[in-house]
Design a protein around this ligand. Structure first.
Ligand SMILES: N[C@@H](CCC(=O)N[C@@H](CS)C(=O)NCC(=O)O)C(=O)O
Length: 240
């Protein structure tokens, strides 16, 4: 299996420094996808970029095929295949896409102070905001298939504890969004897509109870045409 990010030989000049040989071609992109999952997040970002990509609908059964292991070591979605690069982890895919197409303006430039805040929220979403949402989900959807988390390990946090935990990790977001529309310098970025994807789960699980800045923020994100497109099959029947 290829490592997540491999530079091609042609990407380096004789001194070993990175050069941009040719503009990347978006048609090469393939997103391995199951509706309602975290795969919606990179799909939303691809829609924001407005360029063609191929959505490969897989089922949980298809991820059990031996070949799928070459795409994802834990047989999960999403996976992005971009020419000779294969990447898993939804937030990493979003970061990769935003950097690959800087002209789309979905990430602040590297080595700028703004980039630091962008990283902060990009990592906050899957590492700090999502865990209580996942725990809550395991309580309300106890039959959810998750290969890496056996049922017996899902019950250590009650629904109420997960809610309280979530409210706590939402507080810094409410603080920032109280005076700006987007997380990073008030400009829409891939960090909003990843955060919005987590908050979307929270909303649909009934965890966003108060009419606070986070809820207003999510409502605005959900009105974006790219979001609407990426969310179109939310009510599709999922095959396991
Ligand atoms: N941290 C990973 C999590 C990937 C993940 O757990 N994907 C879920 C769908 S949201 C999956 O494929 N679950 C199938 C299973 O575990 O059987 C990411 O953000 O991409």
């Amino acid at each position: 299996m290829r490592s997540p990010l491999i530079l091609r030989r042609s990407d380096k000049d004789n001194n070993g420094s990175l050069i941009n040989k040719r503009p990347p071609i978006l048609q090469d992109m393939k997103l391995y996808y199951i509706a309602t999952t975290r795969a919606m997040r990179p799909r939303w970002l691809l829609e924001e970029m407005g360029s063609p990509y191929e959505l490969i609908h897989v089922t949980m059964a298809m991820t059990q095929q031996p070949e799928y292991c070459q795409l994802h070591p834990h047989r999960k979605v999403p996976v992005l295949v971009d020419d000779d690069v294969t990447i898993f982890e939804s937030a990493a895919i979003c970061a990769y896409l935003a950097d690959k197409y800087p002209e789309k303006g979905l990430a602040p430039l590297p080595l700028t102070p703004t980039r630091g805040y962008y990283y902060q929220w990009l990592f906050y979403a899957p590492l700090t905001l999502e865990p209580p949402v996942e725990q809550f989900m395991f309580q309300v959807l106890p039959n959810l298939p998750e290969k890496l988390l056996p049922l017996k390990q899902r019950t250590h946090v009650s629904q109420q504890e997960a809610q309280e935990w979530f409210d706590k990790v939402c507080a810094p977001l409410n603080e920032v969004l109280n005076h700006q529309d987007y997380l990073v310098e008030n400009r829409f970025s891939a960090a909003d897509v990843v955060t919005g994807g987590v908050l979307l789960w929270a909303l649909r699980l009934g965890m966003l109870k108060a009419d606070n800045p986070v809820k207003v923020y999510l409502t605005k994100l959900m009105a974006r045409p790219a979001f609407v497109k990426a969310d179109e099959d939310f009510y599709a029947k999922i095959e396991f």
